[in-house]
Ligand binder design. Structure first.
Ligand SMILES: [Zn+2]
Length: 74
């Protein structure tokens, strides 16, 4: 199966997991250098997505299928 480009569907898939995180978290979405989002178009890459709790807790990485897993870094 080819990974679907974009990030919104992945955040939606991980929503139940993200909803259990207390406090404030930062979400980083790192697009490829050639991603169309830099041309003001829809994302066409498979960006790296990390959720970083502001309190310094474990970082969550959301993979290409929307599965969230804890990681010290991505
Ligand atoms: Zn992108």
């Amino acid at each position: 199966m080819t990974d679907r480009p974009g990030y919104r569907h992945r955040l939606k898939a991980a929503a139940s997991e993200l909803g259990t995180m207390p406090g404030i978290s930062h979400c980083t979405i790192l697009h490829d250098d050639g991603c169309a989002i830099f041309q003001r178009q829809a994302c066409n890459c498979i960006p790296d997505i990390s959720i970083i709790p502001a309190d310094g807790g474990s970082v969550l990485v959301i993979d290409a299928s929307g599965q969230a897993s804890k990681s010290s870094k991505q």
